[in-house]
Design a protein. Structure first.
Length: 319
């Protein structure tokens, strides 16, 4: 998305990836809320839970076909004309030349521990700690997620005008650190409105963080190692912190220490915040020729493409 975007709209286009992720989480949560409300517990356990998975599997196949038919970006194709290295050689270049960018990209992804806790465990957390009805907490999460879907592209567009590093990841992280503990404490108060307030508050600060991190990650790496750099950092962090977040949260609740859930999230986000202060400002109202702050291979490749196109046009005219 970022590589296809106009130079002055990279923040907006990059935010579409997490807006789509938010929409997917919203759809999954809504589906869980519907089947939980529609089926008796016995029927839900017997077959009802399978319905959302069947629908999701079909949509996954559609998405796979669409991705398989998509074109490479012009920036990648330009860089590939110059960089003829093997995948293994590019990976070695990534590890050798971009260790700081890898750490920064990992820190940008690590608050996923809070995202997955809020998305998948918060309704269960509220049920286990305060006895709330699961169907109502899922419905409350739908409202919060709808707010996230609106906030992400708005903040993405604003990052193209105001800059990225100084506002969005830093403010989003500070918001998580400040709000998570008192918000989970607030769940001890009764009422559906209280749950919606807690859910929505979390999704607001998560949305501010989510809006810009895909764009910043893309801008940290040159095109030759961009996919490897983002994928390596993001997927390891998602697996280690995001995938285990609901499991750890359940363990804390089971051990009688539910507020450790907030402490764990705050600790991870605090470490990320420290790294955010090392990020370069990658936003530019004027727009750069390349996604990365510096990418000589892409510029050279684009020059070769232009020269080849001009030579072909000259040859046609001379006939």
């Amino acid at each position: 998305m970022v590589e296809h975007a106009p130079a002055n709209r990279r923040g907006l286009f990059g935010s579409f990836t997490n807006m789509a992720s938010g929409l997917a989480t919203l759809a999954a949560t809504a589906a869980a809320a519907m089947v939980t409300s529609a089926f008796a517990p016995a029927d839900l356990a017997a077959f009802g839970w399978r319905i959302p998975f069947v629908v999701g599997g079909i949509l996954g196949i559609v998405g796979l076909v669409m991705r398989a038919r998509s074109d490479e970006t012009p920036e990648f194709e330009a860089g590939a004309l110059v960089d003829q290295k093997s995948a293994a050689a590019r990976m070695m270049d990534l590890l050798r030349e971009h260790p700081k960018a890898l750490l920064q990209a990992a820190a940008l992804s690590a608050p996923a521990v809070a995202y997955y806790t809020w998305a998948t465990f918060l309704p269960t957390y509220a049920k286990l700690t305060t006895g709330r009805d699961l169907s109502s907490t899922l419905a409350g999460n739908v409202i919060g997620l709808a707010l996230l879907v609106v906030i992400v592209p708005v903040c993405g567009a604003l990052s193209d005008r105001l800059g990225r590093r100084k506002i969005f990841p830093i403010i989003g992280a500070i918001g998580m650190i400040v709000l998570f503990y008192p918000m989970l404490l607030l769940l001890n108060q009764p009422g559906f409105g209280v749950y919606v307030l807690v859910s929505a508050s979390g999704w607001v600060v998560l949305g501010i963080w989510q809006a810009v991190y895909p764009t910043i990650q893309a801008e940290l790496f040159p095109a030759a190692v961009r996919v490897s750099g983002i994928g390596f950092a993001h997927q390891i962090v998602i697996a280690v912190f995001g995938g285990t977040a609901p499991l750890l949260a359940a363990a804390f609740v089971g051990a009688g220490q539910p507020m450790y859930v907030a402490v764990y999230m705050i600790a991870i986000v605090t470490l990320c915040l420290i790294v955010y202060f090392t990020l370069p400002e990658t936003g530019s109202r004027a727009g750069r020729a390349t996604v990365a702050l510096s990418d000589s291979e892409v510029l050279e490749g684009e020059h070769l493409l232009l020269s080849t196109s001009s030579a072909a046009d000259e040859a046609k005219r001379s006939r």
